[in-house]
Design a protein around this ligand. Sequence first.
Ligand SMILES: C[S@@+](CC[C@H](N)C(=O)[O-])C[C@H]1O[C@@H](n2cnc3c(N)ncnc32)[C@H](O)[C@@H]1O
Length: 239
Amino acid sequence: MADIYDPAFVKGVFDRCSGKYIAFSLICSFGFTERWRKQCVADLPEPTTPNPVGYDLMAGTGEIWPHLLQRFPDLASITAVDISSGMHQRALERLHRHRAHRIAFIEDDVLASNLPAQSADFVVSTFGLKTFNAEQHAKLAELIAQSLRPGGVFSLIDASDPKGWLLRPLYLFHLKVVLPLVERLFLAGAQDFTMIGTYSTNFGDASAFGDMLRAEGLEVEFKRCFFGCATLVAGRKPA
Ligand SMILES: C[S@@+](CC[C@H](N)C(=O)[O-])C[C@H]1O[C@@H](n2cnc3c(N)ncnc32)[C@H](O)[C@@H]1O
């Protein structure tokens, strides 16, 4: 059986999804993914330096960039990191519309990318946590902590399992039955979007990842969005 957390496996899933990813995520989440990207940027603590530079990890096609550039008009640069060539290709097409001179793209496995120590004023990531297992989360927490400058800020959000919510069965039905059906009927794909549902329910929520960031010495706030359908961790590296 395939290891669904093997970076090569994850890359394959997103390479195949990339053409329809933006439309699928917007429509099938009823617009919530876009709302949560905005929330991720809104909850990023204020950077301490003017003209901040930073990373968008598991950037996809750069869905978060317009929100970042809107909140921080003086932002100097975003370096996007993503493992998927398909997502990279689509990101390049979007770069021109979102001030390409301020955005660089690294196509790589983030955990193998050796981002330079203390190179970022901010780190953001939207929906990029769930395709990692616990061991990979620990490496990611370490990477974020070491790549941030003292005083640097971070905010990461992902879809989560809203345990305890009255409507959780309906949410899981949407994730595990409706979305696979949509993919089978309309996308004729290899059930790649269906994998996103599997990753989301395996992930649980971002609280354990928040603890890993705390263990790396970061100040962390954990937040549940819309009854826990998404969870967010945001905070700062002490100055
Ligand atoms: C659900 S998409 C999220 C894309 C985008 N950030 C958004 O807001 O929609 C997850 C992304 O994480 C990327 N990814 C998964 N594992 C990765 C890894 N080890 N290194 C870099 N990127 C990775 C995938 O290629 C995919 O583009």
